[in-house]
Design a protein. Sequence first.
Lengths: 497, 534
Amino acid sequence: MNFTSDLYLIYPEIVLTATLIVVVLFDLIFKRSQSWLPVLSLTGILAAFIFVVMQYGTNLPAFEYSTKNSLLSIDNLSTYFKGIILVTSFFIVLFSIFSSEIKSCKDRHGEYYSLLVGMMIGMFFLVSSNDLILIYLSMELLSLSSYVLSGFVKKSIRNSEASLKYVIYGSVSSGIMLFGISLLYGLTGTTNLNEINTILRGTNVIDISFILSIFMILAGFGFKISVVPFHFWTPDVYEGSPITITAYLSVASKAAGFAVLIRFIKSVFFSGISQGGYWNLLSYFDWQVVLVLISIVTMTLGNFTALWQDNLKRMLAYSSIAHAGYILLGVAVLSDQGITSVLIYFAIYMFMNLGAFLVVMLIANKIGSENIDDYRGLGYSIPFLGTVLAIFLVSLTGLPPTAGFIAKLYLFVALVDAKMIVVAIIALLNTVVSLYYYIRVLKNMYLVKDVIKTVHIQLKPLSFVTILLLVIPVLLFGIYFTPIVDFAKLSIQILGL
Amino acid sequence: MTNFPILSLITFLPILGMIVVLLIPKKQELAIKSLTIVITAVQVVLAIILLMNYNYSLGGINDIKSFQFIEKFRWIEITGFSWIGKIKIDYFLGVDGLSMPMVLLTAIVTFIASISSWTIDKSLKGYFAMFLLLDTGMMGVFVALDFFLFYVFWELMLLPMYFLIGIWGGPRREYAAIKFFLYTLLGSVLILLVMIGLYFSSMETLADGTRVFTFNMLEMMNPANYTTGGILSPLNPNNLRFIAYIGLFIGFAIKIPMFPFHTWLPDAHVEAPTAISVILAGVLLKMGTYGILRISYPIFPEITKQLVWYIALFGMINIIYGAFCAMAQKDFKKLIAYSSVSHMGYVMLGMAALNTMGISGAILQMFNHGTITAMLFLIVGVIYDRAHIRDLDSFGGLGKQMPVYTGFVTVAFFAAIGLPGLSGFISEALVFLGGFGNDITRVLAVISTLGILLGAGYMLWTLQRVFLGPLNEKWSSLKDMDFREYAMLVPLSIIIIFLGVYPGPMLSLMNSSVNTMVEFIEKAQAFYQTLGSL
């Protein structure tokens, strides 16, 4: 094992770590010029992005400890997700500049941005790690930073409650996961995913404790991507945290969770690929049924619970649970095509979900509420933000000609190709249900006339540009989606398979 | 003329208009209104240009060479998918004798509706932007020949319609709007699923000889294009074609609306502003039957053949049930809404006959119902604008007070009843002739004739209650029609009377396409039968 020769493979992570250090030091030395912190973070993100772009196409193991078995896999899948994480982080830092919640904590911006970069580093290692120990460590790095960030506004009781709940649920699920990892280690004698795969290939008997250990590890991933029954923290934490963090958790943290889930399932169980891109799995246990059941329950519960929510942030939390259900279906297809649809879904989901949260935040900055009833008549007093929010919500529903439709279309194409017709029908009916709560916001903004609050929001040029950066892809990819699909289908490559 | 993208122009002109409307300052109300009217008028002109250059002898339906004004180029192309072949979606527009009448109808009805929108007074800018967006969606549905494109246009209409009913509608507008949206979305997801299934079941051969999955409707119609393992391919012994047909049919039937999926219609109509009711009844309902004729019939001919009796049965239920419901209404607008349910039943009955007369009758009835119902809703609008109520029993003797108006009402009512000399008669007669001509649908057609009697019943009863008898003094100050109302009702009356006296041009417009379709269904049916016996 030669550490120094592989260092170039983790330049993006090194750049982010340097950013973290610079942010902390800058905050210590120049206490008064906090407004430079986001600029520093953005610079770090951009630099890391350049390295990620340069790395795309590289498929190499980093830090090998024996032939073929490495700590990290630098492959297209991880690079794709790193791109998603960086773009999301870029937007989140921009959001943080406008957020009045963050502004209210005057002297602690250094803490905020350094933890944000800390989350990024955790996610970067998570999406490319090929070893259970590293998966666990990077997941903890991600989780610990996000526990603190979700309780960032100390004055707000809501924030503290969210943070505490997050810690409790998080530690329980990571404990379960760690137990699962130790079981798996006991059974196989290794923590490397590829080595586990090799051992599984050599044996025919699948022990009940093996299945139990996999379930326990899946619980840890399930917590990160917030699928039923590991979703209980999501609504409370999403509602309680500052909106910037809510948006970040709902996109980036979820993306990282899905990336590691995909890598884990494929690396551990993969035994070959059959015609049409379907994977043959090594287990006698039918993981597909488990995944399909979880995703159906997740999307149904998410959608039906969202119907009753009055707080827009909480509603978006449930909607993100429902979306996790749709995305998990793409994984459950267990084929290259399914993974492509997951990647397409994430790229689009990133734009539309961040957009929805941004508009909610800009409105909440002004009216101080996220209650859907307080949105009455808002469409008339702030026509631009109203229209933009309408576009994001329509896209989240999945209606053409917005990008959300393309995301759903590819998912259903993958499902129908896998002959999972009944599942596709359930997912489609879920879409119809989801229309009802998304449209409810529009109903309050445009259809209800009795209470017209005149709210004036003067958009700063920077926030205007940020909105455009989010809304243009949502419309453009709805009409011309070739680039996104081309990109996604190149990115399904997992190292060693 | 052949290379000019006239169909793109007629489809996307309203979107350009929408952008301009959004750029005009809010205060310039007159400019916004006039611009919309000008754009829809240009659409009418374009539709007439299309008609003048239309070659009546070409059939269309399943043969790309006999479609006209074709525009086809690659829209989405994704290559190199080793495990899925290539994905390719065409931007593919064209018209034949089935879509041409619908394009004309859309242009005319939208133009009339834009005049009717003149009285809209709140949030004008939003209204006309939505109106024009809706216009693009409707026109696009009728000219798209790629299933994917068709679906995008189909869904494009939902949101504008939701807002048009929900913001500018009557007291229960929120309920009506969401009900409309949920019903139609439920229908569209069924259509989406069948679309994806068909995509995986049919392949077209490209110029270089490679075979790729296709969204192209015409390629889907060709039995030779089916893959062996596709879930909707007849070559697959476990195919789901029957279930898919039912799903697709329900998706379209919600739009028609067919009993028992019709309950959104009365709500939507009663709450929608007049212009939107006109569009809803005049154009939107036709999309359901158009979709069945354009997609379900030629792609699933063998199942169509199996199920015609049921289609006719539901047509009959629509006719009789709609008429009875109409008879029970006290609200003028609701009465017209239920009469629409009844009249769309004739379209289904005609389609089910599967012969030239029946299908011609169905298409003609789609056109005629579009114009007649548009007129009926405008008539309700005229009286509602003046009296602000629509309760049938509270009027009486308006014939004396508003003689010219009553004249137009009589024309529209008699056309709806199917009085000879007016357009409704011709299409209903053809539908019944077609229905009698097919052994399977004969009995149902005979029962359906009852609908004419019932139709005459509720229409004449309404005429009597509102316009005849002593004048209710409360309404002695009502004025007769103004110029704007003439501008809407006169053209429609001319069309109705002209097509009643001389339906020839319209029938010859659709004739070769209808013949092609009937012939194609027979031939394909035979093909599928040999496939089944193998």
